[in-house]
Design a protein around this ligand. Structure first.
Ligand SMILES: C[S@@+](CC[C@H](N)C(=O)[O-])C[C@H]1O[C@@H](n2cnc3c(N)ncnc32)[C@H](O)[C@@H]1O
Length: 266
C-alpha cells in the first residue's frame, strides 16, 4: 500500500518508523511519504492560510496551494479514474471514522491524507476533487477538536494498516476484536497470569480447560459489556445471526430479540 501524507509538520510522521508500522515499512508492506505542504507555495513566507471570508477568528487553509500539491500527488488531470488514490481529510465535523472504514480502506492500493490546521481547510477543496471523480473521504476520529490532522491521520493509518495481510505477527489477533466482523461487539475482558493478583482472581471458568465453556463465558461477557457501554451496538445486531444462547443472554439483559434487530424493553 502506498501512503502519501500532506502536512505543514511532516516530521510529525517520523513516529511511523516505530513499532509494527515501522516493521511494515521496512518489510515493504507499506511505503509512506510525508510531504510538506509549504513546498507547493510560491511566496517568500510560504503561506498556506488566509483570513476567513465572512469574518471570524483564525485562519483557513488556502485552496490554491492544496490544489497544486494534490494535483501532483493524485496525478491529475492525466491519471485514469480507476488508478486514482483515495483522498482522505481528517475533519472534526465529518462522519466518524469506524472499524468498517478501516477495513474498507485496507483494501486500497494508494491513500493520500491531507492534514488540516488552523480553522481547517477551505471547503471547496474536497468538493473540487469529488467533482473530478476522485474518491474523497472526510472523517472525524471523535467528538473533540485537535490542533491539526496529524494525530487523526496517525490514528486512521494505524487502524487501516494493522489489517493488511502480513502486518501482524499473529493474524488471528485481529479476528476477534472489538467492532470487528458482521455482528460487532466490544471484546470480552482479557486476563493474563498470575491467576490471582493482589487479591483479585481471574474468572474461574477461564482456568477450567473447557473450551466450549470459555467461549460461552467470553461471548456473554462481550454481550454484557456492550450492553453496558455501547447499547447502540446491541441495537444494530442482526437478530437472524444470533445463536440461541446469545438470544437468551440478551433477553436476560432486558432486550427483546425478534424482528431484524434487538430492542431494549427494560
Ligand atoms: C483546530 S481543527 C479545526 C476545527 C474546526 N474549526 C471546527 O471547529 O470543526 C484543525 C484541523 O485539525 C484536524 N482535526 C481536529 N480535530 C479532529 C477530529 N476530531 N477528527 C479529525 N480531524 C480533526 C482537522 O484536519 C482540522 O482541519
Amino acid at each position: 500500500m502506498d501512503i502519501d501524507i500532506v502536512s505543514v509538520f511532516p516530521e510529525y510522521f517520523d513516529v511511523l518508523d516505530l513499532s509494527l508500522l515501522g516493521k511494515a515499512k521496512s518489510k515493504g508492506l507499506i511505503s509512506v511519504h510525508a510531504h510538506n505542504l509549504r513546498d507547493w507555495t510560491h511566496d517568500v513566507h510560504q503561506s498556506v492560510d488566509d483570513t476567513p471570508v465572512g469574518g471570524g477568528a483564525g485562519m483557513v487553509m488556502k485552496p490554491a496551494v492544496w490544489a497544486e500539491c494534490l494535483d501532483e500527488l493524485l496525478g491529475l488531470p492525466e491519471a485514469d479514474n480507476t488508478d486514482r488514490p483515495i483522498l482522505i481529510f481528517p475533519n472534526p465535523s465529518a462522519p466518524l471514522f469506524t472499524q468498517q472504514d478501516a477495513t474498507e480502506l485496507s483494501h486500497a492500493q494508494h491513500l493520500v491524507f491531507g492534514c488540516g490546521r488552523y480553522e481547517g481547510y477551505d471547503a471547496r477543496i474536497p468538493t473540487y476533487y469529488r467533482e473530478r471523480g476522485v474518491d474523497v473521504r472526510e472523517y472525524s476520529i471523535g467528538d473533540y477538536v485537535l490542533n491539526g490532522g496529524e494525530v487523526a491521520v496517525s490514528v486512521m493509518l494505524e487502524a487501516i494498516t494493522r489489517l493488511l495481510p502480513g502486518f501482524m505477527g499473529n493474524p488471528d489477533s485481529i479476528v476477534e476484536e472489538s467492532y470487528t466482523g458482521g455482528n460487532a461487539l466490544l471484546e470480552h475482558n482479557q486476563y493474563t497470569k498470575p491467576a490471582s493478583w493482589r487479591g483479585l482472581d481471574v474468572p474461574a471458568v477461564l482456568l477450567s480447560g473447557d473450551h466450549a465453556k470459555v467461549d460461552r463465558f467470553r461471548r456473554d461477557e462481550a454481550l454484557k459489556k456492550t450492553d453496558r457501554i455501547r447499547p447502540d451496538l446491541i441495537a444494530q445486531l442482526d437478530c437472524h445471526a444470533l445463536s440461541k444462547a446469545d438470544r437468551k443472554t440478551l433477553i436476560e439483559l432486558g432486550w427483546e430479540v425478534s424482528g431484524d434487530h434487538p430492542r431494549r424493553i427494560s
